[in-house]
Ligand binder design. Structure first.
Ligand SMILES: NC(=O)c1ccc[n+]([C@@H]2O[C@H](COP(=O)([O-])OP(=O)(O)OC[C@H]3O[C@@H](n4cnc5c(N)ncnc54)[C@H](O)[C@@H]3O)[C@@H](O)[C@H]2O)c1
Ligand SMILES: [Zn+2]
Length: 369
């Protein structure tokens, strides 16, 4: 078992420090991990219809063995569960079960469960501890770290939320075994993103590998554990610099996301998974970077190669409604004045915000996809 401490995160209202337990076989020890670190003895497990039958029994057992009394709250799987109504319903069920200020919330699932359960933990009785047990690669390397929690509204994604850091994160790589191949692969989009914006050496190493499924051989899984650990550290170090998203440092994590979000939206959130859309968005951002900050063609090609190697899309289908990708941006007044913050990379391993990128730059880049 690999056990390590994430770097200290400092909030302006105090400071937040939490452990990430990362390794194999951790679900069975979740109860003791939680009970040795936290004093709460009653909790709600929030999970979804897919993860519940896979892992809830084991988690439940591990908790009760350690003297923690859980109630199980299962939500429908998918983004459509990330709503205020769902958060309200979870709070109501927790109140009905007499959970109180001395209880905690465990989110066991992908980013949807993590964001929703974290938001519930942030608002229930004005805030109770949140334990994240991410079960997707994306949630392990991205959404479970950084404290952003929230829900969607009809006006857009993640518009209501709170910064509420987890009290503990438990990453058991064994749970990834049941993750559908496509879901596994999309997690690598954020890993590759971390390489592009912050770590040229990791990017270099990714060039020689590919998305390998979890192996029966524990030795081979060490590489995956190492990769997850390294990416948690990258994300945490960026978040630490700019916890509340004010200075622009944290915004660098949005590399590829301007166009990526446009692609997700244009595909009605059905054609592409988030990581797949971000893969295309990063290629567009690389193209813009060539024009605006002198990214070399060689680096741009290397980005495309790595994404391709990990089975991520590098081209838009011919019949894709390209015009709609820029739809939302076009109406953005800030953008028309050239003030939008677009993340560019002058060379692999570094990124910065540019206020000079125009809608035409982006249109040209999308046309090349
Ligand atoms: N808070 C943040 O900083 C942050 C960062 C990135 C993304 N997000 C959010 O994360 C969400 C996406 O997360 P996601 O990609 O994990 O999606 P998800 O939670 O919808 O999970 C993807 C699918 O895999 C299933 N699943 C999860 N774990 C499984 C397992 N081990 N075996 C089999 N099936 C499993 C889920 O039921 C779901 O159907 C979005 O809502 C996004 O906004 C948040
Ligand atoms: Zn993302």
């Amino acid at each position: 078992v690999l056990y390590f401490r994430v770097v200290k995160l400092s909030l302006n209202t105090g400071s937040s420090r939490y452990d990430v337990a990362l390794g194999s076989g951790l679900l069975a020890t979740a109860g003791s991990l939680i009970s040795t670190q936290l004093k709460q003895r009653r909790c709600a497990i929030v999970t979804d219809k897919n993860t519940e039958p896979l892992f809830a029994k084991q988690l439940h057992q591990s908790l009760t063995t350690s003297g923690i009394e859980p109630i199980l709250l299962t939500i429908p799987a998918g983004e459509q569960s990330k709503t205020l109504a769902q958060a309200g319903s979870l709070c109501d069920q927790m109140l009905a079960a007499k959970l109180d200020r001395e209880s905690l919330v465990i989110g066991m699932g992908g980013g949807v469960v993590g964001d929703l359960s974290g938001f519930v933990a942030a608002i229930f009785q004005r805030g109770i501890p949140h334990v994240q047990i991410p079960t997707t690669l994306l949630a392990m390397v991205d959404s479970s770290i950084g404290g952003k929690t929230g829900v969607n509204t009809s006006a857009g994604k993640n518009l209501i939320g709170a910064v509420h850091h987890p009290a503990l994160v438990i990453d058991d790589i064994d749970v990834l075994r049941s993750l559908p191949e496509r879901e596994f692969r999309q997690g690598f989009a954020e890993i590759i993103k971390h390489g592009i914006i912050a770590d040229a050496q990791m990017f270099e190493e990714l060039k020689g590998t590919s998305a390998s499924k979890l192996s029966a051989d524990p030795e081979k899984n060490k590489a995956l554990i190492e990769l997850i650990r390294h990416n948690i550290e990258i994300k945490a170090s960026i978040v630490k610099k700019d916890e509340l998203d004010r200075t622009g440092d944290r915004a660098l994590l949005n590399f590829g996301h301007t166009v990526g979000h446009g692609i997700e939206r244009a595909g009605d959130y059905k054609k592409f998974l988030h990581g797949e859309a971000i893969s295309l968005g990063m290629i567009a951002a690389a193209e813009v970077s060539i024009k605006r900050v002198g990214l070399s063609r060689i680096h741009r090609d290397a980005i495309v190669d790595v994404l391709h190697r990990f089975g991520l899309p590098t081209q838009l289908p011919k019949d894709f409604p390209r015009d709609e990708i820029l739809g939302a941006l076009k109406f953005d007044k800030k953008f028309q004045r050239g003030q939008i913050r677009f993340v560019v990379t002058p060379k692999i391993g570094s990124a910065r915000l540019s206020g000079e990128v125009t809608l035409d730059d982006i249109r040209d880049a999308v046309d090349k996809l």
